[in-house]
Design a protein around this ligand. Structure first.
Ligand SMILES: CC(C)=CCC/C(C)=C/CC/C(C)=C/CC/C(C)=C/COP(=O)(O)OP(=O)(O)O
Ligand SMILES: O=P(O)(O)OC[C@@H](O)CO
Ligand SMILES: [Mg+2]
Length: 254
């Protein structure tokens, strides 16, 4: 089954998934990456996202190659721009930044990437990418030169997601931005989740189990953990336990 097919199937039966974001820019030692990968395997992480708003070294392809040769976890590119393409990954989250009004990130980067993506064997996962304000500007909003959706504007968020789905985008990502001070508010997750039927990815600032629980309860289908993993390895253990117990309870009731 395709990765998108799996995401859709899980959504249909309300199964939650866990993704870890690895930013190649923040990897300075192979041993450290190997430890992170070990942690991902131990905790049955479903997807590894690889990408960053800004890549300042030549780690991108090396990181993907290392993940592929050391785990079976699907690797999905989470690109900050059109140079973040590597055919060793399993797929690419083809983000269109629908919360913004910068044509470059709505369609421009995609035109440049299209011929390369077409030749690659990467599975393309069309995704409506929505940045929501979380306090100070994040790398993604600054680098994309877009204004995030105000965090109290639930209707704007819902209508944006609805428009994305109507335009044919197959998934939605609500992102407060990496290292966000406050994650996506529950009200936004709930309203977006009730207004759309595509798999909903939520991330940015999820640095405690209580914040993750709120996102799951509000309707997130996929939880993304990035920065927090570096500081607190226990978080991944707790999040994994929570997600797997929720999924196990579903199996009992089916
Ligand atoms: C068509 C292709 C291949 C790409 C499109 C690219 C688009 C539309 C990107 C959306 C805007 C953007 C800059 C997204 C960045 C998403 C991302 C990889 C975030 C990871 O976190 P960082 O922003 O690197 O956080 P730090 O500041 O903590 O490093
Ligand atoms: O690094 P964190 O804050 O977990 O955010 C992950 C991801 O949603 C950022 O684009
Ligand atoms: Mg980065």
């Amino acid at each position: 089954m395709s990765l998108l097919g799996q995401l859709e199937k899980n959504k249909a039966c309300n199964k939650k998934s866990l993704a870890v974001l690895i930013d190649p820019d923040k990897i300075d030692e192979v041993t450290h990456l190997m430890q992170t990968l070990h942690l991902c395997v131990e905790n049955r992480v479903d997807y590894i996202f690889v990408g960053g708003s800004l890549i300042t070294n030549d780690n991108f392809s090396k990181v993907i190659a290392l993940i592929k040769s050391n785990t079976d976890i699907p690797v999905l590119i989470f690109p900050g721009n059109n140079i973040q393409i590597d055919s060793n990954a399993d797929g690419i989250l083809l983000l269109s930044l629908i919360s913004g009004r910068n044509p470059e990130f709505l369609i421009g980067q995609h035109v440049l990437a299209a011929p390369i993506l077409k030749k690659s064997k990467l599975e393309i996962i069309p995704m409506g990418y929505m940045l929501v304000n979380s306090g100070p500007a994040t790398s993604a909003s600054y680098m994309s030169n877009t204004t995030p959706i105000p965090s109290d504007k639930t209707t704007i968020a819902a209508c944006t997601a609805m428009a994305g789905e109507m335009l044919g985008l197959k998934t939605i990502y609500l992102d407060a931005g990496s290292g966000a001070l406050t994650p996506i508010p529950q009200k936004i997750i709930t309203k977006v989740s009730r207004s759309t039927s595509v798999p909903l990815v939520v991330g940015g600032g999820l640095n405690s189990i209580s914040k993750v629980n709120l996102a799951l309860e509000a309707g997130a289908d996929v939880i993304v953990i990035g920065n927090a993993l570096e500081k607190d390895q226990n978080l991944l253990i707790e999040v994994s336990e929570k997600i797997h117990s929720m999924n196990a309870a579903l199996d009992v009731h089916q």
